[in-house]
Design a protein around this ligand. Structure first.
Ligand code: ZN
Length: 376
């Protein structure tokens, strides 16, 4: 999930909103407004809507605090978080890599629900300090706000403790399975399977509720189930990928025959004489035997077709200095992570100062396909 709108940095971590956030913020504000109108019409429209908006905003602040707690505990264990994005169903912290031991995984997972529970308890405490009686209906606008924030955060803590990966409870389950078996990959697969199972229960329960007359509420539960199922399946796939690529190095999958081309060629010539004729997808731009950069279909597509005859490869190539490089001994998983970070499809493979070849996403895919066909 990428942020659509960047809000800024907090503790050095990029915080952003996804478009779907606005939809849910609006829904929460509307439903709070309707709820307050029904129970406390005497507060007046202005107070009710200001209160609803403020409550919805504070709710997202508490969600952000939940995600931030994951990020800060991860950082304390040497794992960086790229960004936190708030979206329709909560927040996600893009934690850059998997923890290396079960204990860290446990702490990173557990701190989220713990934070939400603490925030929930503090909110109820504030309401109580302001004169609200536990269990009674809130009487003042401030009571209403803190009581709602209290209960929603306690609910959030409980929901996140559901032991299905990638929910926090699933991370905790994973860390325990990991500790028991010593096998992080199998632990993730098991926790993701549990996650898929729980998601299916959500869907079934939501559909049942819908037909039992619960209306949109039932569909909402089913939708959350569907979302959880997607997330669990994606985690399962990513673990399977990690497993499939364990022990595989760049030298096992890279292309060594990258044709060298002269940088003075224009794009049209490259397409006509090299790309279409040979089917090769990567070209090394050289001058006097020195590698200057790479050209792939990706760079060519960035140039308008009419300009092809007037654009040289020097103009479009990705200079070597701008690209991260890998060595033949780099694990493929690491190369994929670098590509992901830089948003490129290939990386030059360098050993010493010599270009050994190029590794692309397509290479990796082909490798996995061949393996799968061989039944390995
Ligand atoms: Zn969490």
């Amino acid at each position: 999930m990428r942020s659509s709108i960047r809000l800024g940095r907090l503790f050095g971590i990029e915080v952003g909103l996804h478009y779907s956030w606005f939809l849910i913020a609006l829904l929460i504000t509307m439903s709070l407004g309707a709820q307050f109108q029904a129970s406390h019409k005497e507060w007046g429209s202005n107070v009710i809507w200001a209160l609803s908006i403020l409550t919805a905003l504070l709710f997202f602040v508490t969600l952000l605090a939940h995600e931030m707690s994951h990020a800060l505990v991860a950082r304390a264990h040497g794992i960086t978080t790229k960004a936190i994005t708030l979206f329709a169903l909560g927040g996600v912290a893009q934690i850059e890599k998997e923890p290396e031991d079960a204990k860290t995984e446990f702490l990173v997972g557990a701190v989220g629900p713990f934070s939400s529970a603490v925030i929930g308890a503090i909110s109820l405490g504030v309401a109580w300090a302001l004169g609200w009686h536990m269990g009674s209906a809130p009487e003042t606008p401030l009571h209403a706000m803190f009581v709602w924030l209290g209960y929603i955060n306690l609910t959030l803590a409980a929901f996140n403790m559901i032991p299905g990966y990638p929910l926090d409870g699933g991370r905790i389950l994973r860390s325990i399975l990991w500790l028991v078996s010593g096998n992080p990959l199998r632990a993730t697969q098991q926790a993701a399977k549990v996650g898929q199972g729980i998601a299916l229960l959500f869907i079934a329960f939501g559909i049942f509720r819908f037909f039992a007359g619960a209306g949109v509420g039932g569909l909402w539960i089913a939708f959350i189930g569907w979302f959880l199922h997607q997330a669990a399946s994606a985690s399962y796939a990513s673990v399977t990928l990690t497993t499939g690529l364990q022990g595989v190095h760049v030298s096992d999958v890279m292309t060594t025959q990258c044709a060298s081309v002269d940088g003075n060629l224009n794009v049209q010539q490259l397409v006509d004489e090299h790309l279409l004729r040979t089917g090769q997808r990567c070209f090394v731009v050289e001058r006097n035997g020195e590698v200057l950069g790479l050209v792939t279909p990706h760079e060519i597509k960035a140039v308008e077709r009419q300009k092809w005859p007037y654009t040289t490869l020097y103009d479009v190539m990705r200079p070597l200095g701008q690209l991260h490089t890998v060595t033949p001994a780099t694990p493929v998983m690491e190369a994929l992570e670098t590509m992901g970070r830089d948003d490129v499809n290939q990386l030059p493979v360098i050993s010493g100062s010599h270009l050994e070849g190029v590794i692309s996403r397509a290479n990796v895919l082909q490798f996995l396909q061949t393996r799968a066909e061989m039944g390995r």
